[in-house]
Design a binder for this molecule. Structure first.
Ligand code: NDP
Ligand code: 2IT
Length: 444
């Protein structure tokens, strides 16, 4: 297999899908050598079978707003690979959603889920519906309309969706309600459910907490055991960003930034527990903008900006793809940043990753560092299957163990002399498990 040729071929067959090409390129470059040590992989064209999704559903979603106007959005589900378990992955509601973005996310999810040690394949879905400014009833009607189609393609042993950008507990609840109505079953399909109807404790916190558990594993290898004295820049202010901040505070670090798609806030005093409580309320109850933080606490707000120019020792991109470019990476390194751990999926551009690797700072790619979310989703599936629920402590401990296992797998496959290339480690470790499972199951 020549990574370049495979990629060129995919670009020719699936043009205008830059995010998908970007995600595939990174993995192909990492696994090329290992792949070529296994002639049986090439014999059965494993690489194309792994890069091209098993199937993609796309459908029209029709819903009515509070004024009686009828709207049409696109809905999608990309079922990428189910070699190691049912398709599993989130749903994204954002105006930018298109097939390229969902294909990149489903591809990444396949490797991420493989790393979790749990039996889950990879999938992703969503809609170009823009939830901003919509009433609660409009959100509910959209979720119901979306599920009217999606329900045909999912199930507890087939495909289990969850949240992602624009989809949190509220949306999962509305979708699950409709799913049950249509299918007359109570099997827990969909994770991130409310605690009263099959959700798992720690699922809301899991991606953010998991990212910090992964970060601590990386830092521990450098002799750093807590976050005291660390200055932490976080982007985003949604589910992942806020719970990341909560865990950073618990471990003694100082959080100086948060952001949304309009701009970022810089609070040199640090966003403490009380201020963070306000952010949770601002985001989840009032559905406001991060700018309001700057007005309330009288700190800097940069319209349209990204937080990476603020001096920090640790950066945790937790908003969206390609939100940190090569220049941002150079600035971070020049400012003394020692670690970057990705809460978001593919937030760093290839140029940024190159800068991190060349400067040998600790750099954890999203498919490893943010795998805590889907891991606890996997644990939610288990609890639903056995019809029991585990305590907070139990789930948190399992999450810690899983993040350590993922970290150690990255070290095993990514060590290059005295440096751990976590990108290579995550890609190879994730790939090998899926590859072996696919080989064992024949050409299908
Ligand atoms: P939320 O919708 O809760 O929050 C998203 C945050 O990112 C918001 O602050 C949002 O700002 C900001 N954002 C979204 N799009 C853009 C954009 N184009 N430019 C700048 N800022 C943007 O989503 P999550 O916190 O769940 O997801 C954040 C990231 O983490 C995503 O990459 C997601 O794929 C990834 N992830 C999520 C997991 C989960 O369990 N939820 C698990 C693993 C990864 P605004 O409000 O203005 O849109
Ligand atoms: O990107 C991700 O891993 C998620 N959005 C979570 C997926 C899940 O099924 O919990």
């Amino acid at each position: 297999m020549k990574a370049k040729e495979v990629l060129e071929n995919l670009k020719r067959r699936f043009p205008n899908e830059p995010e998908y090409h970007q995600a595939v390129q990174e993995v192909l470059e990492s696994i090329e050598d290992v792949y070529n040590e296994h002639p049986e992989f090439e014999k059965y064209n494993l690489i194309e079978r792994l890069c091209i999704p098993d199937r993609i559903f796309s459908f029209r979603v029709t819903w009515t707003d509070d004024n009686g106007n009828t709207h049409v959005n696109m809905g999608y589900r990309v079922q990428h690979n189910n070699a190691i378990g049912p398709y599993k992955g989130g749903l994204r509601f954002h105006s930018s959603v298109n097939q390229s973005i969902l294909k990149f996310l489903a591809f990444e999810q396949t490797f991420k889920n493989s790393l979790t040690t749990l039996p889950m394949g990879g999938g992703k879905g969503g809609s170009d519906f823009n939830p901003k400014g919509k009433s609660n009833n409009e959100i509910m009607r959209f979720c119901q309309a979306f599920m009217l189609e999606l329900a045909k393609h999912i199930g507890p042993e087939t495909d289990v969706p969850a949240g992602d950008i624009g989809v949190g507990g509220r949306e999962v609840g509305y979708m699950y309600g409709m799913y049950k109505k249509l299918r007359c079953e109570n099997t827990g399909t969909l994770t991130g459910k409310g605690i009263e109807f099959g959700g798992s404790l720690i699922r809301p916190e899991a991606t953010g907490y998991g990212n910090i558990y992964f970060l601590m594993n990386m830092l521990k290898r450098k002799g750093i055991n807590d976050l005291k004295g660390q200055v932490v820049a976080i982007s985003g202010s949604g589910n992942v960003a806020t719970y990341t901040a909560e865990k950073v505070l618990e471990l003694g670090g100082k959080v100086i930034t948060l952001s949304d798609s309009n701009g970022y806030i810089y609070d040199p005093e640090g966003i403490d527990a009380e201020k963070l409580k306000y952010v949770f309320e601002l985001k989840n109850i009032y559905r406001g903008r991060i700018k309001e933080y700057a007005e309330k606490y009288n700190c800097k707000y940069v319209e349209g900006g990204r937080p990476w120019a603020e001096k920090c020792t640790i950066a945790l991109p937790s908003a969206t793809q390609n939100e940190l470019n090569g220049d941002d990476a150079k600035t971070l390194v020049a400012n003394g940043c020692i670690a970057v751990s990705e809460g978001a999926n593919m937030p760093s551009t290839p140029e940024a990753i190159e800068v991190f690797l060349q400067n040998k700072i600790l750099y954890a790619p999203g498919k490893a560092a943010n795998a805590g979310g889907v891991s606890v989703s996997g644990l939610e599936m288990t609890q639903n299957s056995i019809k029991l629920s585990w305590s907070r402590e139990e789930v948190d401990q399992k999450l810690k163990d899983i993040m350590k296992d993922i970290h150690d797998a990255c070290v095993k496959y990514g060590t290059e002399g005295d440096y751990v290339n976590y990108v290579k480690g995550a890609n190879i470790a994730g790939f090998m498990k899926v590859a072996k499972a696919m080989m064992a199951q024949g050409v299908i």
